[in-house]
Design a protein around this ligand. Structure first.
Ligand code: XMP
Length: 319
């Protein structure tokens, strides 16, 4: 008889047996997997765990505050909010090539995490929210030609480089089981049901050069789009939805004045695993209302388009 309550107890016992009196650090991303792993480990070993939230300045509106606030207040979990946005945005300044952006962000992430781990006096163990599909991924893809479409941002290289042992309490679970475990651990439903968000964050939703101005506009437009989706009760039907700010300004008219502002693209897809995806069939009413709201509420955008590319041939993210 296998329930999440029993899994929780078993996992806690295993973590205690593995870690003993050792120290564990965890890179908390705000995603469901690393969050559930951190809460479970904290339940097992308390303050022997420290989490580091690396804030690269590429999160959505209010997101860092929400994530850090929830863990500190609701879970009383030792958490370092490493605000490294100056560093990341500085190194990304003037960079427009998508793979270069990804490499810069991935490299800096490791560097920054290592720095904070050292400042804590080091740790023997690194916690990760690795799931069963992550464990078998290398097998399931081994048949096809190996073409790297995008270099994914993860903490894969860290354990060897830092000479750490891994604590991976979710290794036997699928995504839906992690969500069930998250509910069992008291994570709020809206947090558990959140759409996936990529490691490089808004950087890959801002094609061309990344500027603070563009990020700011993007955050506001994205918040309006998600608000619209929630208000229309569509959030849970959609795998991922977001706005990309386009590297082009276009001419518009507002009141009796001319505008010359950025165009943006709305992206919303359905998918089972992110490997393939279909664009979401919003009604024209929904799209029209959303465009009007974004243009009225977000200064800096005067044109809204809807991306109707499926994957393949498109990818979900723009970069
Ligand atoms: P693409 O754009 O390749 O995205 O169709 C497929 C899924 O992966 C997410 N994604 C990432 N997730 N680190 C992540 O953790 C990354 O570097 C990354 N790049 C894309 C994307 O949001 C979608 O869910």
């Amino acid at each position: 008889d296998w329930t999440m309550g029993a899994y929780r107890e078993e996992a806690i016992a295993k973590i205690r047996a593995q870690v003993g009196t050792g120290r564990v650090i965890c890179a908390l991303s705000g995603g469901v997997d690393s969050s559930v792993a951190a809460i479970l480990i904290h339940e097992a070993i308390g303050d022997q765990l420290t989490c580091v939230y690396v804030d690269h300045g590429l999160m959505r509106l209010g997101e860092s505050e929400q994530v850090v606030g929830m863990f500190r207040e609701h879970y009383n979990l030792p958490l370092i909010h490493a605000d490294e946005s100056e560093l990341f945005l500085g190194k990304l300044d003037g960079v427009s090539d998508p793979e270069t952006k990804r490499k810069i962000i991935g490299g800096l992430f490791i560097e920054v995490f290592e720095k904070h781990a050292k400042a804590l006096g080091g740790a023997e163990f690194l916690a990760q929210g690795t799931l069963y599909p992550d464990v078998i991924e290398s097998v399931s893809f081994s048949g096809g030609p190996s073409v790297t479409i995008k270099s994914h941002h993860n903490v894969g290289g860290l354990p060897e480089r830092m000479n750490m042992k891994l604590v991976e309490p979710l290794r036997e679970l699928f995504k839906d089981e992690v969500r069930a475990l998250g509910r069992e651990l008291g994570l709020p439903a809206h947090f558990i049901g959140r759409h996936p968000f990529p490691g490089p964050g808004l950087a890959i939703r801002c094609p061309g050069e990344i500027t603070r101005e563009k990020l700011d506009i993007l955050r506001k437009a994205d918040a309006v789009f998600i608000d619209q989706i929630r208000k229309h009760g569509l959030y849970d039907e959609i795998w991922q939805a977001f706005v990309a700010i386009l590297p082009v300004r276009t001419v518009g008219v507002m009141g009796d004045g001319r505008t010359y502002d950025f165009a943006c693209a709305l992206r919303a897809v359905t998918s089972v695993d992110g490997m393939t995806a279909d664009y979401y069939p919003f009604t024209h009413d929904f799209l029209g209302e959303t465009a009007t709201r974004i243009i009225n509420e977000v200064q800096g955008i005067n044109r809204v388009t809807y991306d109707i590319t499926s994957k393949p041939p498109g990818t979900i993210e723009w970069e």
